[in-house]
Design a protein around this ligand. Structure first.
Ligand code: S3P
Length: 449
């Protein structure tokens, strides 16, 4: 069997200068939701029969998940505009013949470790330089309690080899960090485990796994007690194939929303944006800051709330961002920091320690990048404090490159910053953007021309 390589091998960085732009106008669509795309492939691969998916994100991260599921026996192919997944059934995953290359994708790694944990297979996970620094101890701990064994890394980072156990042991696990990836890893392991596997979430995180598992016919109970969510997955599940329409990714829409708010004269409609309340925190925060973001045609797509967002240029005012909202906008802080840099007054963020273990340390990466572009930033252990320009464009930088550290969201956030700056911003490498948003550069510059 071939190695499950997914990313095209381009070994040179691809720098790009993003310059002050005209208003963003018209109507655009962003690619499918990354979290939902990963889960469609994984659950499709565990159902018996054919799952059909439209709107799937064809970014490198999701393609890493597709390659891994193929190497464990599922058929995953694109026919016309539709993805078709022929699953092997819960319990039916095969032994992969080569290492699973996870590229840049933490979601693929942690969720797939959950799947492998309760199957009798051994798998090696490898990743790029960014992923190889990220903590896997958070999934190793509960999955070891279920019986999986991990080898090859003293500090809990990739590369790692794991050996699943079948039958695994059901556990009750209280999440020590607010992480949908850890929650989902334990839930997915629970599918092929006898009895009931329970996850307790003190702070709610994105609930796509719960919604989609129910859609596939799994027995998943969710109870709320004193603000905590208790999720019970009944094991030995039978999943029925589904037809899924993946909504647009709010995390990708975020860059266009902030660009339209910041660039004078903008009036942009972003169609089909997923607005699951566990994901839509950024839009609430931007509205609190005075942003004009109007929902049009609210509807349901693929079991998720969706609307078109009409965004107009607005004068923003700094606020104290409530840390309780962080899990519902955890990937959107880099671009919020850009918005805050042009707001009137001070924006304070806190409770964001998790940002230090994303694709990069997003607090220090954004503090350095925005300071380099002329913004006034104070970096604290758990957040940034930003004094905005009051609407004046940032200076930008004519002679230095922004370090994006293999992090797609740093690159896209600083692209937006470039549009709202006087001298433009040069991003050192746009290649990582393909992990979540193929064609982003052309789409952003197209909307702003
Ligand atoms: C994701 C969960 C989040 C998020 C990531 C996708 C998911 O990570 O940052 O981009 O699909 O479950 P954590 O669960 O580690 O916060």
């Amino acid at each position: 069997m071939p190695l499950s390589k997914t990313a095209p091998v381009i070994d040179q960085p691809a720098p790009h200068r993003f310059s002050a732009s005209g208003p963003l106008k018209g109507r655009i669509r962003v690619p499918g939701d990354k979290s939902i795309s990963h889960r469609s492939i994984m659950l499709g691969a565990l159902a018996v029969g054919e799952t059909r998916v439209t709107g799937l994100l064809e970014g490198e991260d999701v393609m890493a998940t597709a390659a891994a599921m193929r190497s464990m026996g599922a058929r995953v192919e694109k026919i016309g505009e539709e993805w078709r997944i022929h699953g092997v059934g819960v319990g039916g995953l095969l032994q992969p013949q080569a290492a699973l290359d996870m590229g840049n994708s933490g979601t693929s790694t942690r969720l797939l470790m959950g799947l492998v944990a309760s199957h009798g297979v051994t798998a090696t996970f490898t990743g790029d330089a960014s992923l190889s620094k990220r903590p896997m101890g958070r999934v190793i701990e509960p999955l070891s309690q279920m019986g999986a064994q991990f080898h090859g890394s003293a500090d809990g980072t990739l590369p790692l080899t794991m050996q699943g156990l079948c039958p695994a042991v059901p556990i009750e696990y209280r999440l020590p960090v607010a992480s949908a990836q850890v929650k989902s890893a334990v839930m997915l392991a629970g599918l092929n485990t006898p009895g009931i596997t329970t996850v307790i979430e003190p702070v709610p995180t994105r609930d796509h796994s719960e919604r989609m598992l129910r859609g596939f016919g799994a027995d998943v109970e969710v109870e709320e007690i004193d603000g905590e969510r208790i999720i019970r997955v009944h094991g030995d599940a039978d999943l029925r194939p589904q037809t899924i329409d993946v909504p647009g990714d709010p995390s990708s829409a975020a860059f266009f929303v902030v660009a339209a708010l910041l660039v004078e004269g903008s009036d942009l409609v972003i169609e089909n944006v997923g607005l699951n309340p566990t994901r839509a925190g950024l839009f609430d925060v931007l509205r609190q800051m005075g942003g004009s973001i109007e929902e049009q045609d609210r509807r349901e797509v693929g079991g998720e709330p969706v609307a078109d967002l009409r965004v107009k240029h607005s004068t923003l005012t700094g606020i104290d961002v409530d840390p309780a909202i962080a899990p519902s906008m955890i990937d959107e802080f880099p671009v919020l920091f850009v918005a805050a840099s042009l707001a009137e007054g001070i924006t304070t963020t806190s409770g964001l320690e998790e940002l230090r273990v994303k694709e990069s340390d997003r607090l220090s990466a954004m503090a350095a990048a925005l300071t380099g572009a002329g913004a006034q930033i104070e970096e604290r252990e758990d957040g940034l404090v930003i004094t905005g320009t009051g609407g004046e464009p940032l200076r930008g930088s004519s002679n230095s490159r922004t370090k994006t550290l293999l992090d797609h969201r740093i690159a896209m956030s600083m692209a937006v910053c470039g549009l709202a700056s006087r001298d433009g911003v040069e991003v050192d490498d746009t290649r990582p953007i393909a992990t979540s948003f193929p064609n982003f550069v052309a789409r952003l510059e197209g909307a702003a021309s």
